[in-house]
Design a protein around this ligand. Structure first.
Ligand SMILES: O=C(O)[C@@H](CO)OP(=O)(O)O
Length: 238
């Protein structure tokens, strides 16, 4: 049975500082590293054998992937890194303090920017500190200057279809170590969630979400391995 393990990266420095992060390449905190190792230990305790891993090109997800595989005793697993699994691009909010932004624009507006399906934050100013166009990891890519969850899903989808689906279809157990919103995009797709339902889906840091799939890649079960930090798992619609 194809199995997908979704793993959000451990706590990052800007998770801790409560700043809009998106594509900024902040590292894990010591707590985030410990969370990543714990995620791997849980994978090991459950006897889950990963065949292929996929992660973004952002340090916090790559290191979470590596730390988790190490702790699971599966350092040798092949890992593919691709920017299509990056966090949602936070546009002009990138780097701002979330609480200060809520005080300035109101809690409701910030919730719309953070959790609505198709309302993107204001675009990033070109040429500023957080313009990633000159970053060689994105060479040749058509880069967004902001993303909603919908446009995040639009760019995750070709990678999902082109790289992850074939691995799952061949029966592999696949680890995807990614980000809160790239994982929410995958959950919306897999569980056929409505735009309203996805609003309330929060993915805890480094808590492996194990999803067993049928041959058509429809979820048949889903559970977080750390039950003490588990959020409600999505329920398949239709
Ligand atoms: O800042 C970010 O990039 C994301 C993930 O940490 O935050 P949120 O989606 O919770 O606003």
């Amino acid at each position: 049975m194809p199995t997908l393990v979704l793993l959000r990266h451990g706590q990052s420095q800007w998770n801790l500082e409560n700043r809009f992060t998106g594509w900024v390449d902040v590292d894990l905190t010591a707590e985030g590293e410990a969370q990543a190792r714990r995620g791997g230990e849980l994978i090991k305790e459950q006897g889950i054998e990963i065949d292929r891993a996929f992660t973004s090109v952002l340090t916090r997800a790559i290191r979470t992937c590596n730390l988790a595989l190490d702790a699971a005793g599966q350092t040798y697993v092949p890992v593919t890194k691709d920017w299509h699994l990056n966090e949602r691009h936070y546009g002009g909010l990138t780097g701002l303090d979330k609480a200060e932004t809520a005080a300035k624009h109101g809690e409701d507006q910030v919730r719309v920017w953070r959790r609505s399906y198709d309302v993107p934050p204001p675009p990033l100013d070109a040429g500023g500190e957080y313009d990633f166009k000159a970053d060689r990891r994105y060479a040749g890519a058509e880069l967004p200057d902001t993303e909603s969850l919908k446009t995040t899903l639009d760019r995750v989808l070709p990678f999902w279809d082109g790289a992850i689906t074939p691995a799952l279809t061949s029966g592999d157990t696949v680890l995807v170590a990614a980000h809160g919103n790239s994982i929410r995009a995958i959950l919306k797709l897999l569980f056929n969630l409505s735009e309203e339902a996805i609003l309330d889906v929060e993915v805890p840091t480094s808590n492996p979400l194990v999803i067993e799939l049928d041959a058509g890649l429809k979820p048949v079960s889903a559970r977080y391995l750390d039950a003490s930090r588990a959020n409600p798992v999505p329920v398949l619609v239709g």
